[in-house]
Ligand binder design. Structure first.
Ligand SMILES: [Zn+2]
Length: 258
């Protein structure tokens, strides 16, 4: 079995654009670091904002740094319910069609028209880690989480398996499985607990296989696209597969040989 991956629980937070920061905290304030986060360059600030909709409000939402091009609000599903919102599950930075919200700071307020998301659970890793775990960027995997049982009393284990966990590969990343507070509470996990990455056999679990458009030459681009869209690539006599496509496709199990 591959070595376990540490869990990092992300409580609700906002990433602000520079303009929105100054709207909320005034023209002279600066974003002040209190603690570095696991991923390089990311930090928790000592500043907080309030989120509000006509239905509800949530106070003490921490601002993370550095600034982003577009303001992004990451909350749990339970918090979304309190706000009367139904945000989509998204990878960071993908805001299209997501709900907006009113954000209030000590010096002012700003209403964003989109940017409220539930973060897609994900694992950060380096290319070296990716080779070790036999995964590629943007692939989705399963993570099994068994939090430690309380000391000194009898307690059954409570393993929770998370599906649709997005793999994110970058040289600067540090190995970490990021979940939100709902996901953490559902499993009883805390930051620093460990989870096991695994993949099921080839093909989708439920539903019939869907196939990638048939081509004579299969490139790495085709394979990545097929993996992303959950499609199977049919390999017939005479189909040519580039070496890199071969490598990635075999590992991901997207080929079906006829
Ligand atoms: Zn993350």
């Amino acid at each position: 079995m591959k070595k376990p991956i540490p869990v990092g629980v992300s409580p609700r937070h906002v990433h602000l654009s520079k303009e929105d920061f100054h709207r909320l905290f005034g023209p002279d304030d600066t974003l002040t670091r209190t603690r570095d986060l696991t991923q390089k360059g990311q930090f928790a600030s000592e500043q907080f904002v309030t989120l509000a909709t006509p239905v509800g409000r949530i106070e003490r939402v921490r601002v993370l740094g550095p600034f982003r091009n577009a303001t992004q609000v990451e909350i749990s599903h339970s918090e979304a319910v309190r706000l009367g919102l139904n945000p989509p599950v998204r990878d960071s930075g993908d805001h299209e069609g997501s709900p907006g919200i009113m954000i209030t700071g000590p010096a002012g307020r700003t209403e964003i028209s989109q940017g409220v998301i539930l973060a897609q659970r994900h694992v950060h890793m380096t290319p070296k880690d990716a080779r070790e775990y036999d995964v590629i960027d943007k692939e989705t995997v399963f993570m099994a989480l068994t939090p430690p049982t309380p000391k000194g009393m009898k307690s059954a284990p409570r393993t929770l398996i998370f599906g649709d966990v997005l793999i994110r590969v970058h040289d600067a990343y540090r190995l970490d499985f990021h979940i939100d507070t709902d996901e953490a509470n559902a499993s009883g996990a805390r930051t620093g607990d460990q989870a096991i990455l695994f993949k099921l056999g080839t093909g989708p679990m439920h539903s019939e296989r869907q196939y990638y458009p048939q081509k004579r030459l299969i490139s790495e681009h085709d394979v990545r696209k097929a993996i992303k869209e959950g499609l199977t690539i049919l390999i017939e006599a005479g189909t040519i597969i580039t070496p890199s496509a071969q490598d990635i496709g075999r590992k991901a199990g997207v080929f079906e040989y006829r």
